[in-house]
Ligand binder design. Structure first.
Ligand code: IMP
Ligand code: MG
Length: 177
């Protein structure tokens, strides 16, 4: 399928990399002397995760989880499912969830509750994009790349109906029919 919707660049590839480098510095400093368990939330966070963990100067164990909250469009279904769990134990670990974008917050509220029940030593959330103004449940992003207000974003892992994930920059998509 060809992508023909209008889009305008929001964060250039270079700006994304610079911001991720600063986030990795903060994470490295905050977890000094500790081993980190970093959990990538598939699919949207795969690029962000790969770039972030490579810049964290600590021993990092990686694992992957998949949460489904959106259908094929831009509207949350409101129903959250864990469709792929991690394979590692989170008990007594310093766990950092790495997510692409926190919007309403339902997905991360669900995942944070599920992971908290497993007894991690610490549990924090890193998200490349924090759409803080649209929050409908209170979810705190401990490490936020960029804070945006509204708009539907694609690229650098973020999709619209499985399109645009491979773009190296982040764009605002015009999703009006
Ligand atoms: P929440 O439960 O509303 O916070 O949903 C968060 C999830 O919705 C993210 O992990 C994305 O998969 C998806 N999402 C929310 N906003 C956008 C966007 O602007 N572009 C692409 N995906 C989005
Ligand atoms: Mg996501």
């Amino acid at each position: 399928m060809t992508c023909r919707r209008e889009k305008s660049v929001m964060f250039e590839a270079g700006a994304i990399q610079e911001r991720i480098a600063r986030m990795a510095e903060d994470i490295t400093a905050d977890y000094a002397g500790k081993d980190l368990t970093a959990i990538c939330v598939l699919k949207g966070a795969f690029m962000f995760f790969a770039d972030l963990v490579r810049r964290i100067s600590l021993p990092v164990e990686t694992d992957f989880v998949r949460v489904r909250s959106y259908g094929a469009g831009d509207v949350s279904s409101g129903r959250i499912e864990l469709i792929k769990d991690v394979e590692c134990s989170l008990t007594d670990r310093d766990v950092l969830i790495v997510e692409d974008i926190v919007d309403c917050g339902l997905s991360m509220d669900f995942l944070l509750r599920a992971f908290r029940a497993r007894g991690p030593k610490t549990l924090r959330l890193a998200a490349l994009i924090d759409k803080m103004e649209r929050r409908c449940v209170p979810v705190r992003v401990d490490y936020a790349g960029f804070v945006v207000d509204a708009g539907f974003l694609v690229g650098y892992g973020l999709d619209y109906a499985e399109q645009y994930r491979t773009l190296p920059a982040i764009f605002r998509l015009n999703i009006q029919p």
